[in-house]
Ligand binder design. Structure first.
Ligand code: GAL
Length: 452
C-alpha cells in the first residue's frame, strides 16, 4: 500500500490540560454531614429513578449542507427509537471553535449532554485524562466495527488501546474548490494547478480577467485551515515533525517558506475575510465572486444546497503540492461519563456508527463514510472520487485545525497567530510565535505520529 500509519501514545499524561480541566472542576465535595432526624425514616429501596426517554445532542452543524446532513442522521435515530424525545442543540461556529468551550463547561459541571460532536485524536484526550469518558470497546465489538473501519481511523478513536469514540465520517481537508465557468472563461486548466507557482499564475490571470479577489477565505480558523494545507504541501516529513512538536526553530526553512507562500496567497484574498463564515466564503465561489476556496469537503454540502453540478458548475483539485495526500478531519461521538440518558446515548453511538446512519449522513455532508462497506451508489461524483483517493493515498495526515493532529492549545494558538499574520504579514514574528509556543507546551505532545 506504500503507506504505514502508526500512532504511539507515550506514557506522559497531558499534564497541563488535565490541570486546566480539573482546576476548573471546582472544589472536591466534602463528606456529607450526618443529620440525626427526630423521627425514624423508613428505608426505601435505593434503585435509581427510571431513565427518561430522551436524547440530548450537541453539534456545530449549522450551515445549509451541515444541517441537512445532521437532520438525515437524526431521522435514522428517530426511526429506530421512535419513542425517544430528541433534543438537538446546534451551536453556530465552524470547526467547533465555539462549541468546545460550551461543552467543557457542561462536562465539568457534571451536565454532559448524552452525545456531543468532537474530532478524533487529540481533542478527546483531556476528557480521557480527566476520567470523563467511558470506554466503548464493547460497542465496537457488538457492532463489528473493527472489520469495517480503516486502521487509520480506528487508531484515532482510541486512547491507551481502548475505544472512546465512534466516527461518523472522514472529511478531506486539502481541497481547492473552484468555480468552473470562471476558470473556463479565463483559459485555466485546473489539472495543471499542482504547484504554488502555477496556482498563483492562475490567480494573476483571473485578476487580469477582472476577478478582483480570486481566492475567497473566511474567519480566523479558515485562514489557519488554509495555512495548514500549505504546511502539508511542504512535505510529509515536515508535517510529521510539526504535529510531533519538533518544529522548534524560528529559522526552519520550510516553516519560513510556508509562511512566505501564505503571504503571497493572502495577496489574492478578499479583504473582508475576517467577517465571513466558512460557508459565506464558499458561497462566493458558488456565485462566481471568487474562483478558489481552500476548504474541507464539507463545502460540497453547500454546492449541493445550491444545486450546483460537480464537473459542470464546480470542481476540485488537491491543494498544490499535496497530490496523493489525504488530510483527515474525522467527526466522532463518545460516551461521556454520568450522562442522564445512558441507554439512549449508546443507541445514538450505534446509529452514528451504522451503515444506515453513515449512508444517510455522508452523501449530504460531503464526507465519505468512515466505513468501508458504504453503499457507493448513494454518493455523488466528488465523493466517489474521494473514496478512490482515500484508498490510494500515499500519505494521510491528521488535521491540526480540526482537532486531531496536535494538542488543542496548539490548535487555538495557531489560529490566533495566523489571524494576526493575515494583517501584519510578518513572517519572522509568526515563525517565532509558533516555534516558541511549541517549545512551551512540549509536554503536551503525547502522541507520536508516524505518517509514512
Ligand atoms: C469541521 C467538522 C466538519 C464541518 C466543519 C465546518 O471541523 O468536523 O464536519 O462541520 O468543521 O463546520
Amino acid at each position: 500500500m506504500g503507506r504505514k500509519w502508526k500512532v504511539v501514545s507515550v506514557l506522559v499524561s497531558l499534564l497541563a490540560t488535565v490541570a486546566m480541566i480539573t482546576s476548573c472542576a471546582g472544589p472536591t465535595p466534602s463528606p456529607t454531614p450526618t443529620v440525626s432526624s427526630p423521627t425514624p425514616t423508613v428505608s426505601s429501596p435505593t434503585s435509581p429513578p427510571p431513565e427518561v426517554n430522551a436524547l440530548t445532542v450537541y453539534h456545530w452543524w449549522t450551515s445549509g449542507g451541515e444541517k441537512a446532513a445532521i437532520d438525515a442522521l437524526i431521522k435514522v435515530y428517530a426511526t429506530k427509537y421512535p419513542d425517544a424525545a430528541i433534543m438537538q442543540t446546534p451551536v453556530t461556529g465552524g470547526a467547533g471553535f465555539t462549541m468546545m468551550g460550551i461543552i467543557k463547561t457542561l462536562v465539568l459541571a457534571g451536565d454532559a449532554p448524552d452525545a456531543f460532536q468532537m474530532h478524533a485524536g487529540y481533542e478527546g484526550k483531556p476528557y480521557f485524562d480527566a476520567g470523563l469518558l467511558d470506554p466503548i470497546d464493547n460497542l465496537w465489538k457488538e457492532e463489528g466495527l473493527e472489520a469495517v473501519i480503516p486502521e487509520v481511523v480506528r487508531h484515532m478513536c482510541q486512547f491507551d488501546g481502548h475505544y472512546y469514540s465512534v466516527p461518523v465520517n472522514i472529511h478531506r481537508v486539502n481541497v481547492v474548490w473552484y468555480n468552473k465557468s470562471l476558470l473556463d472563461k479565463n483559459g485555466i486548466d485546473p489539472t495543471t494547478l499542482t504547484t504554488w507557482d502555477a496556482f498563483f499564475a492562475a490567480c494573476d490571470k483571473l485578476k487580469a480577467g477582472g476577478v478582483q479577489y480570486p481566492i475567497q477565505m473566511g474567519e480566523a480558523w479558515t485562514a489557519a485551515h488554509a495555512f495548514e494545507q500549505i504546511m502539508a504541501s511542504m512535505g510529509i516529513d515536515f508535517y510529521q515533525d510539526l504535529i510531533n512538536g519538533k518544529i522548534t526553530s524560528a529559522d526552519d526553512p520550510k516553516l519560513s517558506q510556508a509562511l512566505e507562500i501564505f503571504k503571497k496567497y493572502l495577496g489574492y484574498v478578499n479583504p473582508d475575510h475576517a467577517a465571513l463564515t466558512w460557508d459565506d466564503a464558499t458561497k462566493r465561489i458558488i456565485t462566481g465572486d471568487g474562483a478558489f476556496n481552500i476548504m474541507g469537503d464539507w463545502a460540497n454540502g453547500e454546492f449541493y444546497v445550491a444545486k450546483m453540478t460537480y464537473g459542470e458548475d464546480y470542481g476540485t483539485f488537491a491543494v498544490p503540492g499535496t497530490k496523493g495526500m489525504y488530510g483527515l478531519c474525522i467527526d466522532v461521538f463518545q460516551h461521556p461519563k454520568g450522562v442522564k440518558h445512558p441507554t439512549n446515548s449508546l443507541g445514538w453511538l450505534k446509529v452514528v456508527a451504522s451503515k444506515e446512519g453513515q449512508d444517510a449522513f455522508n452523501p449530504i455532508k460531503g464526507s465519505i463514510a468512515a466505513r468501508t462497506d458504504a453503499d457507493i451508489s448513494k454518493y455523488g461524483p466528488y465523493q466517489q472520487a474521494a473514496i478512490t483517493d482515500f484508498k490510494g493515498a500515499q500519505y494521510m495526515f491528521p488535521s491540526v485545525v480540526h482537532g486531531s493532529g496536535a494538542p488543542e492549545s496548539f490548535k487555538v494558538k495557531l489560529s490566533d497567530i495566523i489571524s494576526g499574520f493575515t494583517t501584519d504579514l510578518d513572517v519572522n514574528k509568526a515563525a517565532q510565535a509558533l516555534t516558541s509556543y511549541t517549545k512551551e507546551i512540549s509536554g503536551e505532545y503525547t502522541i507520536q505520529w508516524s505518517l509514512k
